[in-house]
Design a protein around this ligand. Structure first.
Ligand SMILES: Nc1nc2c(ncn2[C@@H]2O[C@H](COP(=O)(O)OP(=O)(O)OP(=O)(O)O)[C@@H](O)[C@H]2O)c(=O)[nH]1
Ligand SMILES: [Mg+2]
Length: 383
């Protein structure tokens, strides 16, 4: 967090300095007039602005710049001919608070703009209602409407009543999905590709693993093996056995980290090694740490968080947060067929850097799986 204080003679001058020195993302924290006791022409405006930055030191550090021929005043600041700047590094707590305020201000500005500029626009009102119906949050909906208005309505000569709602919806979907990341689907390579699947219980890990293993056999003629560390749950081995024997893909139970290391060595000549794990709650930190130790034995590989879409936004956010310990390469979204609206999932995914990898939309093996792509996801972004 970098905080800068400038003393200038006009707001415009201050903004220019702040933008130049902190960049366009800087947020203004306060402004106040400082009157000169001797001469009103020397009145100054103090502007304090901040920008997010990695903190190198937590100590307070005051740097003064721009002090050609400057003199020290009582605060240890140097007054230069044009302006004075003060740079302070603050602690994490303050940094977080400032950015919460910044976020609140941003949200507030979207709301205010919506009320004053766009509230009377019927097309935007329709889109706004649809966004809420599709389980996007109000803040997200205000943001999208604001962007939409800027892009389409405020910059076009079209009268609001002539706006084609279908076009507007398409544009809305593009805006919604604009921040989503997609992981390209996996290909066969010269080396053995290892893929692990983890996530909350019943999310569809084993079914998705089997779908991909069978598809890779069909598409790449791949020679694969399935290793499962999910050995304690009743029926887990039988579930894998049923599918893998139908598809003639060998599978092995793994009882310990040593077993895993040996199996990885034994099967390193395979095209793919699929690794199934026991489902665990995102709140069960011990199990997630155990899982981390297991996955770290494998080293670099594709790590997939498998999660069904039919969860609330807060839970989904928590799952992504807690499972980030395992450094997932991507998320596989399952049970799209059971979700009426995907706003909750899409909104959270647009806030994080985790890419989407595959979708599953039914329990049929292997056909109910799709590689992630924005075109496919578009149909789920809005009704
Ligand atoms: N409707 C629907 N059902 C699915 C989908 N994917 C998996 N299922 C079903 O969800 C149930 C749980 O799937 P599993 O693959 O066993 O889930 P898991 O994550 O391995 O479960 P645990 O190992 O117990 O944590 C099964 O009945 C699957 O058939 C999907 O995309 N849509
Ligand atoms: Mg399973």
């Amino acid at each position: 967090m970098k905080i800068k204080k400038v003393l200038v003679s006009s707001i415009q001058e201050g903004m220019q300095i702040i933008t130049k020195e902190l960049g366009e993302d800087a947020v203004i924290l306060s402004t106040r007039n400082i009157e000169s006791k001797s001469d009103s022409r020397e009145n100054r405006i103090e502007i304090i602005a901040a920008i997010d930055e990695t903190i190198s030191k937590v100590t307070h550090e005051i740097n003064t710049t721009q002090s050609n021929n400057g003199k020290n005043n009582n605060n240890g600041l140097k007054f230069g001919e044009d302006y004075v700047t003060e740079q302070i590094n603050y602690s994490d707590g303050l940094k977080n608070q400032i950015f919460e305020i910044k976020q609140l201000l941003k949200d507030l500005s979207h709301r205010v703009k919506y009320k004053f500029n766009n509230y009377e626009n019927e097309a935007l009102k329709t889109i706004f209602k649809e966004l809420l119906k599709f389980e996007y949050s109000e803040d997200f909906a205000y943001k999208i409407i604001d962007e939409l208005a800027d892009l389409y309505i405020n910059n076009s000569s079209i009268e609001p009543k002539e706006v084609d709602i279908k076009n507007l919806k398409e544009l809305t979907k593009d805006l919604i999905l604009g921040n989503l990341k997609i992981l390209p689907s996996i290909n066969k390579s010269d080396k053995c590709t290892i893929i692990s699947f983890f996530g909350t219980t019943g999310g569809g890990k084993t079914t998705t693993l089997i779908k991909l293993a069978i598809l890779f056999k069909i598409i790449f003629n791949a020679d694969s093996v399935i290793l499962s560390t999910d050995v304690n749950k009743v029926g887990a081995i039988e579930q894998l056995q049923t599918y893998s024997s139908i598809a003639s893909i060998p599978h092995y139970a793994i009882f310990s980290p040593e077993d895993l290391a040996i199996a990885l060595e034994d099967y390193k000549a395979k095209d793919f090694i699929f690794i199934d794990t026991t489902g665990c709650s995102q709140q069960d930190k011990d199990s997630i740490n155990d899982l981390k130790r297991t996955l770290d034995i494998i080293g670099e590989h594709f790590r997939f968080l498998v999660q069904s879409c039919n969860v609330g936004k807060a839970t989904f956010r928590q799952i992504i947060q807690e499972y980030s310990t395992l450094n997932p390469s991507g998320i596989i979204l399952t049970k799209l067929d059971e979700s009426a609206a995907l706003g909750n999932v899409i909104e959270v995914l647009s806030e994080v850097s985790l890419p989407v990898s595959y979708f599953t939309n039914g329990s049929r093996v292997p056909e109910d799986i799709e590689p992630a792509n924005l075109k496919y996801l578009k149909q789920f972004a809005l009704p």
